[in-house]
Design a protein around this ligand. Sequence first.
Ligand code: ADP
Ligand code: MG
Length: 234
Amino acid sequence: MPSEVNKSEYLLKAKELGKQFPGVDSVISVLNGVDFALRPGESVSIRGESGSGKSTLLNVLSGLERADTGQLIWEGEDVTKYSLSKLAAARARFIGFVFQAYYLAPELNALENVLLGARIAGHVDTSERDRAEALLLRVGLKERIRHSSTKLSGGERQRVAVARAMINDPSLVLADEPTGNLDESTGYAVMDLLMEIAEESQKSLVLVTHNPDFAARTQRQLTLCLGKMANQDK
Ligand SMILES: Nc1ncnc2c1ncn2[C@@H]1O[C@H](COP(=O)(O)OP(=O)(O)O)[C@@H](O)[C@H]1O
Ligand SMILES: [Mg+2]
């Protein structure tokens, strides 16, 4: 397959992404030709008003939703026309996701939730269990490895979600308002952890946040406005 970009140059590249949703009388154009490129190990923040399409963009970049138009390239490979199952398999290894609302399975404990990420990528063995435990130690949950996720605080749940995002050692972490449900000091602690882990394991990070302090910690700051990316340095 011809490669659109040099593998070593961009981890992810999106060109002219367009996404519409049906409205009552007409369609709502959420993404209107978004161009975006991310280098290996790079951190980028995306801000924008509520409803500006930030979550839609992350969903499209991760292949959770399909763009109507445009092109999506992961690690030099054009995945725009991949089947949903092929995309899902590739995504499980390539991307770790942290959501605002944690999305832990309530019937599972912290360790099982982290292992769920490994299960989605295919296999759970002793080495995945060891890695999951090590990640839970790394996020500061040594005493809560087998706690039911329903008995964890919001900050602890998000720490589990960070560990889950890392379990398959993805090259890219996407975080969609990861501190949006947390109080200020807990939010800062979770953000410190996320930035540290991404940096020490040389992951690329795309952070959607409303917090200007958090945005300033990333190497590049972008804004989504009227369905396009602003502050784009070419
Ligand atoms: N599945 C969907 N169906 C219809 N409209 C949607 C859907 N998802 C998002 N939207 C609309 O797209 C716009 C952008 O939403 P979203 O990406 O969630 O924005 P943000 O994350 O920036 O707050 C909003 O107007 C929202 O109502
Ligand atoms: Mg959102």
